[in-house]
Design a protein around this ligand. Structure first.
Ligand code: PFF
Length: 454
């Protein structure tokens, strides 16, 4: 084991550093690329309502549980369960988390690669003068290629690995602090341009006027998966980050701040996208290409559009990077602490394996598009298995662990910093982790997977 890396444990250096790193993990492609596209496929407003409900009733308690487990155990995700429940099968939750981070990073890096291509296109100015209807064709012909998307994916994975190698403090904190606020400003500018386009009102109505008759059980499972995905929950990312949080941090404040930031940014992305989708006559159920087709269209309608476009895609790539490093860190921290590898070897080993899986995700839009498993191309299969199955299942066991195994006394001590903080909401938290969250996840699973029909 490389002792310089982990004894004493590498901690985040400031309160803002923790929030920046956790929010950096949460805010990413999930908010800006995935949220608008799954909301678009699942009816808009009604999806948003269910999503918000899940964030509050399930997301918040799962996040607080993850931070508490990690900080209590001071270990990686899998090691934390081993330490807090020695000799018990709870560590399997950590194993599931490792699997989820492999699957997620494999398709995440594919999409992050697309953002790099769009950075490149903004630099070279290839979009200028493109007609509205051509953006879809441009996007589809790019992702269905072979070498170009693979090149960007590889580059993105190399960047991720490079930062993770530098270790948690030097790498993660530094990049997040400055660039996240800039991204928010860019999204606000996009919101303003999008909502002032002719025909924008229809898009706002789509997002904010719920039509519950359009809500399927699939959509409810999708909303649950999206809440977990967007908040980086259910696979031990925030257990791992929790282990780097100092003993005097107020965990519940951090949880509320991170979740609020993540949710607000997702909604803002929706406000930036949907008015333009309707104004340009794009299909809201377009799928994974939605933002890549819509945004260049908006930039065309803006003064200094080319410059803003470049800035936006650079920031989106950075947001993706601060999330992907958190995904890779889950695996790397496990390799270092449990398998006693050096940080550098662990990072390279994990990154190479994930990239191999990632190649299949990228090719599933092109030469491998004919390969379907359970009716899904490889890319969608990875996403569905990880986001809609593994993460909620992981979340179920994480809250159950805190609620039923650690129990009220230990959890209260951890969350209240050994009694230093007042935690008046604690009984509500306990009620949510013991009953509400496990029950709601079970119910959504039963119906979402079609085990029972309504
Ligand atoms: N939350 C990230 C996003 O919204 O882009 C993706 C993600 C990161 C999911 C880390 C899960 C995770 F553990």
């Amino acid at each position: 084991m490389n002792n310089s890396d982990f004894t004493p444990r590498d901690n985040f250096s400031s309160k803002f550093g923790i929030i920046a790193a956790a929010a950096g993990s949460a805010v990413g492609l999930g908010n800006i690329w995935k949220f608008p596209y799954v909301a678009g496929q699942n009816g808009g407003g009604a999806f948003l309502v269910v999503y918000l409900l899940f964030v509050v009733a399930i997301g918040l308690p799962v996040m607080l549980s993850e931070f508490s487990i990690g900080r209590r155990a001071q270990r990686n995700a899998l090691g934390s369960f081993k330490k807090l429940a020695p000799g018990k099968p709870w560590y399997l939750v950590g194993v599931m988390g490792l699997a989820a981070s492999f699957l997620i990073l494999s398709f995440y890096s594919a999409v992050a690669g697309w953002t790099l291509e769009y950075v490149f296109r903004s630099v070279t100015g290839v979009f200028s003068g493109t007609k509205e209807q051509d953006f879809e064709y441009i996007f589809v012909s790019f992702i269905s290629g072979t070498w170009r998307p693979l090149f960007w994916q590889l580059l993105f994975m190399a960047l991720t690995a490079w930062i993770v190698m530098a270790g948690i403090k030097k790498g993660i904190e530094k990049y997040t602090k400055v660039l996240m606020p800039l991204l928010v400003i860019m999204i606000i500018i996009l919101c303003i341009r999008s909502t002032t386009l002719p025909g924008a009102a229809e898009g706002l109505a789509f997002l904010f006027q719920p039509d519950f008759s359009a809500l399927s059980t699939d959509a409810v499972l999708g909303a649950l998966g999206q809440a977990f995905f967007s908040l980086s929950l259910g696979m031990g990312t925030l257990i791992t980050y929790g282990s780097y949080i100092g003993k005097n941090n107020n965990l519940s404040t951090t949880v509320v701040q991170v979740s609020a930031a993540d949710t607000i940014i997702a909604i803002m992305a929706g406000v930036a996208i949907f008015p333009a989708v309707f104004a340009f006559g794009i299909d809201p159920a377009e799928g994974p290409g939605l933002v890549f087709i819509t945004l260049p269209n908006i930039f065309q309608q803006m003064a200094f559009g080319g410059f803003f476009e470049l800035l936006f895609f650079v920031l989106l790539a950075v947001a993706a990077l601060t999330s992907s490093i958190s995904l890779l860190e889950v695996v790397v921290a496990y390799f270092i602490e449990e398998l006693h590898m050096k940080r550098i070897t662990a990072t390279i080993f994990a990154a190479v394996m994930i990239t191999i899986l990632g190649v299949f995700c990228t090719l599933s839009f092109g030469v491998m598009s004919g390969v379907e498993i359970f009716g899904m191309i490889i890319f969608d299969l990875m996403d569905f298995t990880a986001s809609n199955l593994l993460l909620p299942l992981g979340g179920f066991f994480i809250v159950a662990f805190v609620g039923w195994y650690l129990g009220s006394e230990l959890s209260r001590r951890e969350i209240s910093n050994e009694g230093q903080l007042k935690v008046r909401y604690f009984p509500v938290f306990m009620f949510l982790v013991k009953f509400v969250a496990p029950f709601a996840i079970t119910l959504v699973f039963i119906y979402g997977l079609g085990l029972l029909r309504i």
